[in-house]
Design a protein around this ligand. Structure first.
Ligand SMILES: Cc1ncc(C[n+]2csc(CCOP(=O)(O)OP(=O)(O)O)c2C)c(N)n1
Ligand SMILES: [Mg+2]
Length: 576
């Protein structure tokens, strides 16, 4: 049913969002958006979440989206503010997160080069376009108030339709505060388009036959498995096939990493072939965007709701755009129906060593833990082992630490949820954890594990944590450096003077040392620092207890630098 609504442009917008079920609005406000905030003060229904930098705002909206499945709605500032969203919108774009960014537009026919505003040659919506889900997804409303509701619904529809992603909506600032405007909305209308259904029976049979005939099918579960809640079905399929499961760069824990068939990252190593005596002869990609790099297996099949990267980089033998829960269920069922029980039994027998390989990965990591359990300073493996022990199984972990180790942490189905930025643009963690906590609510613990470097990009976020009491346990893996960059530099130029002499320009972060406990404390989040391994476990238990009592808490853990250049504290020492 259509209904006519009236008011300022801001009111038309807020009413449309309200009708679409938007509960939270993430923002860093400015005066081009006067009409939106004026409307919010008249209609107090939506909860505003304020952060003090746009990067934090975008990351909050994304974290909220990832854990709630709902669209993360952002009110950003005109051009100068919108540009500050960019690094985190890049992450959202790579991750395919459904975000709606709305900003006032000061473009004027009377005045060029107004502060903060777009100017001739720089149109606001156009300049945000490359960061959106695709070229269609940056809109502007200039003059017609009726377009405010239409464009908002269009944007919500685009953000949530596969391939999902961020959408930008620029609305004339003047229209936003002009009174007496009129527009139509569909009362309780849905903007969501029903997703593709399960794969056709014939496709399922083809896939089941090929999987059954392969000597060693490699299965890769991507982020749409998590998004569609198909993790149980993924586990079942792997177990029916007794197939090795691998992952690629992904943003969710789609398959439990402590499952006895989980074999680490794709491609599998030489060691996999040595230990198992198997050479993967088929790759089955389920709900993945695709693999990074090339594909080595002679036969490749791919299914999932998002066709964006299907068959783009390598030929696919079978490909289907479909939902995953029912399709995976049907596939497990077809495997047992189409293949005789003695054949099914041979899969487990032939591939018995896959479990041995998976176990080896865990045992190796446990070996690293044992090797360092007598150290004074906390080795990253010890932090991983202790976190695995103290964090409740229903926790959500937001990770933004490049050198943190996670092999022992139980992520995935019936275990901890996990997410990372996606695009690698630092500054994601603090905001994303806040958004995730708002999505999962008071009962479910959220832990933010981030590097000292990562924290620097979002250091103003503790204020938001305190303001809304999002009780997150923040663990800073503090190695006083951009450590992973040293490792990468050394890989690229092993024979350089930089690597030989351990002089890595720009990577040492101490001198002066940053007091992260004080940083959080100054914004209203309590914490403590851990300098030795002995202090670690009691501190983590106190941290878990703090969040159980619904208080955010930070633990700054001094961790050992691992790998190349670990000893170097050199920096180009000059002062004015
Ligand atoms: C916005 C942005 N700027 C720069 C980089 C390059 N970069 C990649 S990792 C990294 C260091 C991360 O340091 P930290 O979070 O302390 O992790 P560590 O490797 O020390 O464990 C940097 C600077 C980036 N990824 N994103
Ligand atoms: Mg670091």
């Amino acid at each position: 049913m259509r209904k006519t609504i009236t008011g300022t442009g801001g009111m038309l917008l807020i009413q449309t969002l309200k009708d679409a079920g938007v509960e939270y609005i993430f923002t860093n406000p400015g005066s081009a958006e006067t009409g939106i905030f004026a409307a919010l003060s008249e209609d107090g229904d939506q909860r505003l979440v304020v952060a003090k930098h746009e990067g934090l705002v975008a990351a909050m909206a994304d974290g909220y989206h990832r854990m709630s499945g709902k669209v993360g709605v952002i009110i950003a500032h005109v051009m100068g503010g919108s540009y500050q969203l960019a690094g985190q919108l890049f992450n959202s774009q790579v991750a395919g997160s459904s975000l709606l960014v709305i900003a006032g537009d000061w473009a004027s026919e009377l005045q060029d080069y107004r502060g903060l505003a777009p100017f001739p040659g720089l149109s606001q919506a156009e300049s945000m376009r490359p960061l959106m889900k695709d070229a269609r997804c940056a809109y502007q409303v200039i003059a017609n108030p009726a377009a405010i509701t239409v464009a908002t619904i269009r944007a919500l529809r685009e953000a949530t339709t596969a391939p999902t992603g961020p959408v930008y909506l620029s609305i004339s600032a003047e229209l936003l505060h002009t009174e007496g405007l009129e527009a139509q909305i569909g009362e309780e209308a849905q903007y969501r388009i029903e997703r593709p259904g399960p794969a056709r029976a014939q496709t399922v049979e083809t896939i089941a036959r090929r999987l059954g005939e392969a000597k060693c099918p490699l299965v890769m579960f991507g982020d749409d498995v998590w998004r569609e809640g198909a993790q149980a079905e993924a586990v079942r399929l792997a177990e029916v096939l007794e197939a090795p499961v691998v992952s690629t760069r992904q943003i969710f824990a789609n398959f439990p990493n402590r499952h006895p068939l989980y074999c680490g990252m794709y491609p599998t190593s030489q060691e996999f072939e040595k230990v198992t005596g198997l050479k993967p002869d088929l790759l089955f990609l389920v709900g993945c965007q695709g693999v990074h790099g090339s594909v080595g297996e002679p036969y490749v099949m791919q299914i999932g709701p998002n066709p964006l990267l299907m068959g783009r980089h390598y030929p696919l033998d079978v490909a289907a755009q479909c939902e995953l829960r029912e399709t995976l269920h049907n596939l497990s069922e077809a495997l047992t129906r189409l293949h005789a029980s003695d054949r099914i039994a041979t899969w487990a027998r032939q591939r018995a060593k896959v479990r041995a390989y998976a176990r080896l990965l865990i045992e190796r990591e446990e070996g690293v833990v044992r090797e360092h359990e007598g150290d004074t300073i906390v080795h990253p493996a010890l932090l991983e082992a202790h976190l695995a022990e103290v964090m409740p199984r229903n926790s959500v972990m937001v990770q933004e630490s490049s050198t943190a180790r996670t092999t022992l942490l139980p992520f995935g189905y019936q275990d901890m949820a996990w997410t990372r930025s996606g695009g690698g643009s630092l500054g994601f963690g603090v905001g994303a954890a806040i958004g995730a906590k708002i999505a999962v609510g008071r009962e479910r613990p959220v832990v933010l594990h981030l590097g000292d470097g990562a924290l620097g990009y979002s250091a103003a976020g503790f204020w938001t944590m305190a303001r809304y009491n999002t009780a997150i346990l923040t663990i800073v893996s503090n190695n006083e450096s951009y450590q992973v960059v040293r490792t990468n530099w050394a890989k690229e130029m092993p024979d350089s003077k930089m690597v030989r002499d351990g002089k890595y320009p720009g990577l040492y972060l101490s001198a002066p040392e940053v007091d992260y406990v004080a940083l959080a404390g100054s914004q209203g989040v309590a914490g403590e620092s851990v300098k030795t391994l002995k202090e670690l476990e009691p501190a983590l238990r106190r941290g878990v207890d703090q969040i159980r009592q619904n208080r955010p808490y930070l633990i700054d853990v001094a961790v050992a630098r691992e790998g190349v250049g670990a000893d170097s504290t050199w920096y180009q020492d000059w002062k004015l």
